[in-house]
Design a protein around this ligand. Structure first.
Ligand code: IPE
Ligand code: IPE
Ligand code: MG
Length: 252
């Protein structure tokens, strides 16, 4: 639970931790290019960072962690790179699932899965089924995920329910929409971190992130360490979240 080994117990208690941290894991390719390595090796090293950060997040007391690993727009990359990224999801599930399960991690994959390879769909379903009863850390992997697609699918399903007569359009509110998203039942991210120095959301959690605090770090994802995560948590804890209201600190 200790966000920083140098902090006093009082400082730790005062540190206001986010319940849900979401990370845009960016910069694998540039990490590799910097070392004159193929991009593929950057992605491979990125999986190691995932392993370390999932464990660290659990130890720091984060309850929900969402990792953006493949966007609905990443299909625009060369087929070999797309293949490598698909292969790494297989590799990650094969290698790390048993340990995640042992550590009480609940795994859920968000994003469109219909058009993924049949063996990947089966692996995702097995992983979710195996870990469904776990509640130590809720890990959501955003794979073939795009926020606009997610909202569009939600709207389509809401329209179908209206057409079928099971939903009264007059009752549709923000909660109705949220309940039809892939993240139904999950609290909105308090903190969204993006690595690699880019400062945009790239279609990540665009509904859920309406009031998220954003932290941008220059580190490429394979270099993002538990210390980097701690730094982001400390920055978060110093933010004033107003949600449109007036905070007492501002004279409210
Ligand atoms: C993030 O690293 C991983 C994915 C988007 C799949 P990138 O592959 O985007 O790395 P850069 O941004 O090209 O350095
Ligand atoms: C966002 O990174 C997607 C993931 C990290 C999975 P990109 O590298 O695809 O984003 P853009 O293209 O620079 O916006
Ligand atoms: Mg990128």
């Amino acid at each position: 639970m200790v966000p920083n080994s140098d902090m006093t117990a009082k400082e730790v208690v005062e540190l206001n931790l986010p319940r849900h941290v979401a990370i845009i894991m960016d910069g694998n390719g540039r990490w590799a290019a910097q070392r004159h390595l193929p991009r593929k090796l950057g992605h491979r090293q990125g999986v190691e960072a995932v392993r370390v950060i999932v464990r660290a997040a659990g130890e720091m007391g984060i309850k929900y962690l969402t990792l953006y690993s493949f966007s609905s727009e990443n299909w625009k990359r060369p087929p070999e790179e797309v293949n490598d990224l698909m292969g790494l999801l297989r590799f990650f599930i094969r290698r790390d699932l048993a340990e995640l399960h042992q550590n009480g991690v609940n795994v859920r994959v968000i994003g469109e899965r219909e058009h993924l390879a049949a063996d990947i769909i089966a692996m995702i379903e097995d992983a979710e089924k195996l870990t469904a009863g776990n509640d130590k850390l809720f890990l959501m992997i955003a794979f073939n995920y795009g926020g606009q697609n997610e909202i569009t699918s939600a709207v389509r399903r809401i329209a179908q329910e209206v057409k079928a007569g099971t939903l009264d359009p007059e009752t549709i509110n923000n909660e109705t929409v949220a309940a039809h998203l892939d993240t139904a039942g999950v609290p909105d991210p308090d903190l969204i971190i993006r690595t690699s120095g880019e400062k945009r959301l790239s279609n990540f959690l665009i509904w859920q992130g309406a009031y998220s605090e954003l932290v941008f770090t220059d580190a490429y994802w394979p270099d993002f360490s538990p210390d980097s995560l701690r730094e982001a948590l400390v920055e978060y804890s110093n933010r004033v979240r107003r949600f449109g209201a007036v905070s007492p600190a501002d004279g409210g």
